[in-house]
Design a binder for this molecule. Structure first.
Ligand code: HAM
Length: 434
């Protein structure tokens, strides 16, 4: 019979690699807490309309990559509903912000999330159909200061700090402004006019988008279309004074904080909700999928999905890509040896298994990492098994059980010692060889 495998574009994360994932997540949580963020967990599926109205109907994500299904009605009175596995988390966070009236306090909301996202993209290194993001959003009514360029700079400075704490070097922050909603509308008109003559020479998607949403023509990856895209007017030329001033304040604050960046006037990002500041952190070690994280401001998103005016800014880090980057950086250094358990308990015979379980519980409750044999091995085989996974072996034979004095062998030094049960936890907690 054919075996069942993980679905294309999905994968299992196994130990010890999951330790690195946990370490990154724990570091991110610590850094975010210092910037006064709290965690939000939104559902993994949402009403399809949420993504159509926020990320945008004509984006690659919504038009080609979503896992969408019609949910069956359970009763005659129930309607069917189109549901979608979340392809990103900003829309869900803003929906939750509106649904729970989080803006009513007048306070700026600073929310972070860690979780899987789903996009039906062509899988390759660093690009999966289920992937993980660590993201954060800063959102609030205008009176909370949510529009301030300081918020943009603070978020970018936080990201630089997080990458530094993770010891990730060699990243580039690419920065742009796509202007206010009005600037974008103006730029759309300019693009639409410029595309009239050239669009017929472009791919089918571009021909359609030239009419429906000209900005999305800039996302086209078809090689033949690139020279045409390169010759189109740039968004920077359509920015009004307010947008330019806002961006100048963002860059001035970054300069003051010593966060290095590179201006990339073509960075419009593949989601419709962005206004003003947009950014990506790229890393050379990643190959073709070089965006480690991306984000930007979305001053009109809440209103686009029926909420109050609530400007915001946020980002999402591709956790899979962060792990790849760290692994690439670490492989240039000596690999860390896999951590071994503090002790392996070998009971000599199955009749001592219950006593071994009690001893293991005692040591584990004292904070030690303990592996438990099942009494089926002879002594020699127990030693071999223990040597592979633990620093020390504790022998529990009938004598040891009766006397309460255990035999412990240290694999680093090869020495064997008798240790009273009451002193065992403290003895095993000592570094190997001591
Ligand atoms: P995004 O640029 O679509 O933005 O995704 C952010 C990051 O997620 C990317 O830079 C990349 O590292 C990772 N990523 C995206 N697709 C994949 C994939 N198929 N496989 C592996 N990693 C992937 C957003 O999702 C926005 N919600 C970010 C945001 C938050 N903007 C404002 N707030």
């Amino acid at each position: 019979m054919a075996t069942v495998k993980a679905v294309r574009g999905t994968r299992d994360l196994l130990p010890p690699e999951t330790e690195l994932w946990n370490l990154i997540e724990a570091t991110a949580r610590q850094v975010f807490a210092r910037y006064n963020f709290g965690e939000i967990r939104t559902p993994i599926f949402e009403d399809t309309g949420l993504f159509a109205r926020s990320v945008g109907e004509e984006t690659d994500i919504v038009s080609k990559e979503m896992y969408t299904w019609e949910d069956r009605a359970r009763a005659q009175s129930e309607k069917t509903q189109s549901l979608t596995l979340r392809p990103e988390n900003t829309a869900g966070v803003v929906r939750a912000y509106i649904e729970h009236g989080l803006g009513e306090s007048g306070q700026l909301q600073k929310l972070y999330y860690v979780g899987p996202q789903f996009r039906r993209e062509r899988p390759q290194k660093g690009r999966y159909r289920q992937f993980w993001q660590i993201g954060a959003e800063v959102i609030g009514p205008p009176s909370s200061g949510s529009e301030s360029p300081l918020r943009d700079a603070e978020v970018l400075e936080m990201l630089a700090t997080l990458l530094q704490e993770l010891e990730i070097t060699g990243w580039t922050l690419e920065l742009n402004s796509v202007g206010s909603a009005a600037d974008r509308a103006k730029y759309s008109d300019v693009l639409r006019a410029a595309l009239v003559d050239v669009a017929p020479k472009m791919c089918g998607d571009c021909q359609r988008r030239a009419v429906t949403n000209p900005l999305r023509v800039l996302d086209c990856k078809v090689p033949e279309d690139q020279p045409i895209i390169e010759s189109l007017p740039k968004i920077g030329d359509s920015l009004g004074k307010d947008s330019k001033d806002h961006f100048a304040q963002v860059t001035a604050a970054l300069d003051a904080a010593g966060v290095p960046y590179k201006l990339n006037r073509r960075l419009v990002r593949g989601l419709d909700y962005y206004t003003r500041t947009t950014f990506e952190f790229t890393h050379g070690g990643l190959g073709a999928q070089n965006a480690l994280l991306g984000g930007g401001r979305y001053d009109g998103l809440s209103e686009a999905i029926g909420g109050p005016k609530a400007p915001g800014i946020g980002f999402a880090i591709g956790l899979d890509r962060l792990v790849l980057t760290l692994q690439a950086l670490e492989s240039t250094q000596a690999p860390a040896p896999a951590a071994k358990a503090d002790a392996y308990i070998a009971s000599l015979g199955e009749s001592l298994n219950a006593a071994a379980l009690v001893l293991a519980r005692e040591l584990r409750r004292a904070g030690l990492r303990v592996e438990l044999g099942d009494g089926s091995f002879r002594l020699k085989k127990s030693f071999e098994a223990a040597d592979k996974i633990a620093r020390r072996i504790v022998i529990l034979g009938e004598d040891e059980h009766q006397s309460g004095i255990l035999t412990v062998k240290d694999f680093t030094t090869g020495t064997q010692t008798k240790v009273p049960r009451a002193e065992l936890a403290a003895y095993l907690a000592r570094p190997a060889g001591e």
